[in-house]
Design a protein around this ligand. Structure first.
Ligand SMILES: [Zn+2]
Length: 442
């Protein structure tokens, strides 16, 4: 009886335990688990969308079956709040799909606690399909260890470590299908969320995040790139006019998300720097963040800084003494863990933050002072606002001013011409929303 009483008491204490600090939370990230996920996904030989679907050991079917089982297992962790799902759909024919093919997005949802914001969510995604040199080669080996088992490993590790978190808004952790065949899985995912009435506050697309030796020989395990659109693809004519008046081509919601990830993520990881690239993606290339932008949502691509093109999109082979192919041997878990920690620290804050300000208006053109006003949503968790400012030749926000629960301010002597402005909300715990940039002039 005594043992049972102790057991029950420890359960009660665990239930009352305050949530861990962000620092403590991110130290729970384990590189051995990420390595295991990458090795297991590579072990299916190929995860090409059109590959074998019925085998239990090789091909896309075996991979998604394993991912589903893993997702299910994470829902059974102690105190886990995760809900696993499989979203099955038929895609094609299309440019890289000769006929209709069944695809499955697999993942977990961590439900938000704020009942007034059930229509908002964050999404962390990575694609689990792979490809060989020929994008239509469904049978050849395509281990896809770095592209993109590494991304899936990080998404699953984030879900595992955050399984008992109580975010304000829901977080979807998703392994999507069909990226190499034209971002078919992510396009389905975002349309599905939209149809379900979900507004995506931000999507993090992790694609190719595990290699630290570039094609040029540069070794770099201390930086990561965030790509984001500068001009929203869904910009309206009215927004375009304001942007031209403001010079706001570097302040899209996606760019604010990229800056946010850098600002609140990298401070938790020693000797690590996030690069906010002023591009939507690598030159001439695309990824699973595109469909989110297409639906009008903020999204960022997270990718290692120096890619290795002998490994990426290459059928494993040796030519002379030159090896090609995306083998698990090239996955660097120590690097992936740093990226995981950076993203988790920022994502956690964003998931806890109150609703962002709306309708930020800038006044005071051709005068000494800048006048800013905005609208706060009815969210009772808003304790105050943070006004961000950067000089008009800068990339990152430089100055912040914390104010109470107000809806306007005058920045004396700041003027409007030499600075950009944005406003974020903050709760009692210091959790900040994404900043909302100026969207109107008066
Ligand atoms: Zn990829």
């Amino acid at each position: 009886m005594r043992t049972l009483a102790c057991f029950l008491l420890s359960l009660a204490l665990a239930a009352q335990a305050p949530p861990p600090s962000t620092h403590d939370l991110i130290t729970r990230v384990e590189q051995s688990r990420e390595r295991r996920t990458v090795e297991r996904l590579a072990s299916f030989g190929t995860r090409h969308t059109l590959s074998e679907a019925a085998s239990e050991t090789r091909g896309i079917g075996a991979a998604r079956h394993w991912l589903s089982e893993e997702a299910e297992a994470l829902t059974r962790l102690p105190n886990s709040r995760l809900v696993s799902f499989e979203d099955r759909f038929t895609a094609g024919p299309g440019p890289r799909l000769p006929g209709p093919v069944e695809m499955v997005n697999v993942g977990m949802m961590l439900p938000g606690m704020d009942q007034s914001r059930t229509g908002e969510a964050l999404v962390v995604l990575a694609h689990y399909d792979s490809r060989a040199s020929d994008v239509m080669d469904a049978n050849g080996d395509a281990p896809g260890a770095v592209d993109d088992a590494s991304g899936v490993a990080i998404v699953y590790e984030m879900a595992q470590v955050m399984a008992d978190e109580q975010p304000a808004i829901s977080i979807y952790f998703v392994a999507v299908a069909g990226e190499e065949q034209g971002q078919v899985g992510s396009a389905h995912l975002v349309k599905r969320l939209k149809a379900d009435g979900i507004r995506v506050v931000g999507a993090l697309n992790l694609d190719t995040v595990g290699n630290v030796v570039g094609s040029n020989g540069v070794k770099d395990n201390a930086t990561v790139r965030f790509f984001s659109e500068g001009l929203p693809v869904q910009e309206t004519e009215g927004q375009r006019r304001v942007r031209e008046q403001l010079g706001g081509e570097n302040d899209s919601p996606s760019r604010e998300l990229a800056r946010y990830l850098k600002r609140f993520g990298q401070k938790y990881v020693e000797n690590f720097e996030c690069l906010v690239m002023l591009r939507k993606d690598r030159v001439g290339r695309t990824g699973d963040h595109f469909p989110f932008n297409q639906e009008g949502f903020a999204a960022v691509r997270v990718t290692e800084t120096w890619e290795n093109f002998d490994r990426q999109h290459q059928t494993p082979r040796v030519v002379g003494n030159h090896a090609f192919g995306d083998s698990p041997a090239y996955f660097e878990p120590g690097y992936a863990v740093k990226v995981t920690r950076v993203l988790m620290a920022a994502l956690r804050q964003l998931s806890l933050a109150p609703a962002a300000p709306e309708n930020v208006v800038l006044g005071g053109a051709a005068s000494a002072d800048a006048l800013l006003r905005w609208t706060l949503q009815t969210d009772p968790r808003i304790r105050g606002v943070v006004v961000y400012r950067r000089r008009a030749d800068g990339v990152q926000w430089e100055n912040t001013e914390s104010l109470g629960r107000v809806e306007s301010t005058v920045l004396k002597g700041s003027g409007t011409d030499n600075f950009f402005y944005a406003v974020a909300t903050v709760d009692a715990g210091g959790n900040e929303s994404l900043p909302t940039a100026v969207g109107r002039l008066e």
